[in-house]
Design a binder for this molecule. Structure first.
Ligand code: HEC
Length: 266
């Protein structure tokens, strides 16, 4: 990591302390400018790469032979084609499901160990978030190319679409209630219209992201969990098929976007 990044980070925390309400678009632009050529997500990416290469678990294996869809060990561009159908498990998997699969099958972790601490907090970093940061960075600059050719992929997409438009709960909200028209806001936050392809691409291609407000790299699953909460829905289990289906829908709609994650967000 550059010294420059260290300096901007310390400058950033003092700005945060002085700023009463950092939620407007101006503030985001300011953060972005300050961190212009250094995203703290780099630290997660580096730790993730180490974890990928390190012999771990009861089997003392690295993840280097994990097949993310482009063959064992291929990390470049793999994320840009996920979720996808995997023959060996006969199901559509997103990155985090596949990662879990490899940690169980290659490293010998139990399912409980493989899904432990999906989201980090101060003093309790998440290996999963670090691995996800590394693997998504391996698709930076590449175009999303999501297949719905296999019937299972098509089915996951259709289920994801249903979830997106499904209204229920105490407020009778669906995802679409907050994300399908232009110019909607909650408090000071702009709500992206995910029914608009350009917006959907901008949103999808920038997750995971280093959240300045949380001081953590957050995955797409974390983003979706927060949205389920805002929707007053129960939060789906970590790495569940529900999340994969919804991710399939969002990814397919954003197809063709140039990946630029992990990004930097408020
Ligand atoms: C009650 C309103 C609400 C509902 C319902 C809701 N969201 Fe969100 N969503 C938000 C807010 C607020 C943000 C954060 C906007 C920001 O910080 O810029 C957000 C952000 C997002 C983002 C990231 C956009 C970006 O540009 O980074 C995605 C993707 C998303 N929501 C998907 C969903 C999905 C899928 C659902 C249904 C499970 C959903 N949302 C339901 C309010 C909602």
């Amino acid at each position: 990591m550059s010294v420059c990044l260290m300096l901007t980070l310390s400058a950033l925390s003092s700005v945060q302390a002085q700023t009463a309400n950092p939620s407007s678009s101006d503030e985001i632009a300011k953060y972005r400018q300050m961190l212009a050529d250094g995203n703290p997500a780099e630290l997660w990416e580096m730790r993730g790469q180490e974890l990928w290469q390190k012999k771990l678990g009861p089997n003392q294996q690295s993840l280097e032979q994990c097949d993310l869809g482009k063959g064992p060990g291929v990390t470049k561009g793999a994320y840009a084609e996920l979720p996808r159908y995997f023959k060996d498990t006969n199901k559509v998997m997103d990155l985090e499901q596949r990662l879990m699969h490899c940690r169980i099958n290659l490293q010998g972790l139990t399912p409980e160990q493989a899904r432990k601490t999906p989201f980090g907090s101060a003093g309790n970093p998440s290996d999963i978030e670090a691995l996800v940061a590394f693997l998504t960075a391996e698709s930076r600059g590449m175009k999303l190319a999501i297949s719905t050719k296999h019937p299972a992929e098509k089915q996951a997409y259709e289920i994801g679409k249903k979830i997106f438009y499904y209204r229920a709960g105490s407020h009778d909200f669906s995802c679409a209630s907050c994300h399908s028209s232009d110019g909607q806001r909650i408090r000071l936050q702009d709500l992206p219209n995910l029914n608009n392809k350009t917006n959907a691409q901008a949103a999808y291609s920038t997750w995971p992201a280093y959240r300045v407000s949380q001081g953590e790299v957050r995955s797409m699953q974390h983003r979706l969990n927060d949205c389920f909460r805002q929707q007053r829905f129960p939060v789906p289990d970590y790495a569940s098929d529900t999340i994969t289906a919804l991710t399939m829908f969002l990814a397919k709609f954003a197809d063709g976007a140039v990946m630029n994650a992990p990004a930097l967000k408020r």
